[in-house]
Design a protein around this ligand. Structure first.
Ligand code: AFP
Length: 424
């Protein structure tokens, strides 16, 4: 049975749709919801948890601080929330469960706002002259598309303006940036604003990926194995080095990670460390609405997703695996978009394995640890799957460079384990 308290109020929908200044929008939406609720215990929870959680440690924010909330939802109740619960409402519920602080909720809301804007641009890119090259290269030496640049600005601005982000590291920026506008929270957000951008001109799925850490309290540079120069060889100042230290953290420290896929629909999939949830952008109301409740990756699945054009440079173990998937009465199906978010989203829902291995030329492959491999591995594990380099757990790797790459095999636990056996 669903209580009226959880139904998104008209007032709230209107507030979040306006797209006004994010920090204000997010806070107002939360307040409005707390006020609109019919249960006094829920109201108290909404207010109380925000304050109490602030002092809590990472992961489960002050579960002990959780105030009296309405009884736990039943499975049926959760099912009923699909198609009706907005992302903002869901976030408030996570706050009440002690899974996020209200500051973290503001950061997540700012990401949702950025992604709504990017979604709108991706849809209209072909009409508004935003395809093609922007005449710049990113720090990886890749040509930047116009939309890469614009999406990076949107993502950065939303995160800065929300006032709760202390450090941001973007795939498109050379070094992490300390955010001057931060007011509280100081969260560290690593993101790839538009992954798979080489697909844009053909109208193929692209996505944004993000991971959020707590600020590193031991931000003391002494004795830390951190690079002190940028990829261009420029010396980094102390503030830049500290920002680097905030970001160079293992994926197992992530508080939250997610992606937004811009495809036939725009889907936000995220975890705050308590399962994985998907929200589809309802363009009529301009809000993300719960569409995938507690996603679980199938334990196995006969789909493999690799760029086999690179096979010549792969290890013998991996070449043997490629023979294995094509062997037998029922060979695996091959599916490869070349856009991590799209390939991973399919793997989450249908099962199977996505892989981007190292090869003779690039032993760590192509994908970046902080913006691609770690957030996706966090989601995979939260959904009951696995993210591996072939020999170790991706979430255990401590980066020493912000743009570090890493081999990735991710998806159904059994499928990843089969690859690990071939590679051992
Ligand atoms: P682009 O952003 O340059 O399109 O790269 C996308 C990506 O990082 C990831 O999204 C894909 O899974 C992977 O690269 C595809 O790489 P290949 O084109 O080498 O298969």
């Amino acid at each position: 049975m669903k209580t009226a308290a959880w139904r998104p109020s008209k007032m709230m929908t209107t507030t979040t749709t306006k797209g006004a200044a994010l920090a204000r929008g997010a806070t107002t939406a939360t307040t409005t919801l707390a006020r609109s609720t019919t249960s006094s215990s829920v109201s108290a929870g909404a207010k109380g948890s925000g304050v109490a959680c602030r002092a809590s440690g990472k992961g489960k924010f002050g579960a002990s601080a959780a105030v009296s909330v309405t009884p736990a939802s039943t499975a049926v109740e959760q099912e009923n929330e699909v198609g009706t619960m907005t992302f903002t409402t869901w976030l408030l519920k996570q706050e009440m469960k002690g899974n996020v602080t209200n500051e973290m909720a503001v950061v997540l809301n700012s990401i949702a706002l950025a992604c709504k804007q990017i979604s709108s641009l991706v849809t209209r890119a072909g009409l508004q002259g935003m395809t093609g090259l922007a005449g710049e290269q990113n720090v990886q030496g890749e040509d930047q598309k116009k939309l890469d640049v614009i999406s990076n600005d949107i993502f950065s601005d939303c995160l800065k303006n929300c006032g709760r982000t202390g450090t941001i590291a973007s795939e498109e920026e050379e070094v992490p940036i300390a955010v001057e506008q931060t007011f509280s929270g100081d969260y560290v957000v690593c993101f790839d604003p538009l992954d798979g951008s080489s697909n844009i001109d053909a109208g193929i799925s692209v996505g944004s990926i993000f991971g959020i850490f707590e600020p590193n309290e031991e931000c003391n540079l002494e004795g830390k194995n951190i690079v002190t120069e940028s990829t261009d060889g420029d010396d980094l100042d102390i503030s830049q080095q500290e920002s680097l230290l905030h970001c160079c953290r293992p994926g197992k420290d992530l508080l939250s990670a997610g992606y937004v896929m811009y495809s036939s629909s725009t889907v936000l999939v995220l975890s705050v460390g308590d399962g994985v949830y998907g929200f589809t952008l309802d363009t009529l109301i301009g809000d993300f609405v719960l569409s995938h409740n507690n996603i679980k990756i199938p334990e196995s699945g006969k789909i493999y997703s690799f760029n086999e054009g690179n096979m010549k440079g792969w290890s013998d173990g991996l070449k043997n695996y490629m023979d294995f998937v094509k062997d037998g009465e029922k060979p695996y199906s091959s599916r490869y978009i070349g856009s991590l978010v799209g390939d991973f989203h399919r793997t989450m829902l249908y099962g199977g394995v996505y892989g981007y291995p190292g090869d003779v030329r690039n032993k760590n492959g192509k994908l970046r640890l902080l913006y691609e491999c770690a957030p996706m591995s966090f989601l995979a594990e939260q959904a009951g799957g696995k993210g591996s380099t072939g020999t170790c757990r991706v979430l255990d790797i401590v980066p020493d460079q912000v743009h570090q790459r890493c081999p990735l095999f991710i998806g159904s636990t059994k499928e990843v384990e089969i690859i690990e056996k071939f590679l051992s």
